[in-house]
Ligand binder design. Structure first.
Ligand code: NI
Length: 141
């Protein structure tokens, strides 16, 4: 509370950009139960030009990098390997990894893995690679 606020001065609410939709909590498991597709991230939130996405991984993705974006992968359920040219890091439930821009990487999940991603809105799922797995438009759920 603002204890030094004088009652004689009106409280001014400036730029109070209220959007009730955005004041709702998001349950990741619930969002992940809404779809079955693998390697098809869905948008579940947006802030500061970044998107929060959820996705299901299974099997190897494609080797790629992102010239301008760092990517965060947080494992909600299961585990997956983040493969780099010189090492592989296993990310387990409750853990996350940040892949810096410019670094070649390939997510690879032996069993289906549920993931939350956090990255700039400009991030393309296959980065510098364009192939049948490239998604230019993502669904919001
Ligand atoms: Ni990537």
């Amino acid at each position: 509370m603002c204890s030094e606020h004088s009652p004689s001065q009106p409280i001014r609410f400036l730029f109070f950009n209220y959007n009730s939709q955005k004041m709702e909590k998001i349950n990741l498991a619930e969002k992940l139960s809404l779809f079955k597709e693998q390697w098809n991230p869905k948008v579940v939130g947006e802030l500061n030009g970044q998107l929060v996405k959820v996705a299901k991984f299974k099997g190897p993705f494609v080797w790629h990098h992102h010239d301008d974006e760092d990517e965060l992968f947080y494992v909600v359920k299961g585990r997956f390997d983040m493969e780099f040219p010189d090492k592989t890091v296993t990310i387990r439930e409750g853990e996350f990894i940040i892949v810096p821009r410019g670094v070649e990487h390939r997510p690879n999940a032996q069993e289906e893995c549920e993931v939350m991603l956090f990255e700039p809105a400009s991030t393309l799922n296959t980065g510098n690679v364009e192939n049948e797995r490239t998604l230019h438009r993502l669904e919001s759920i």
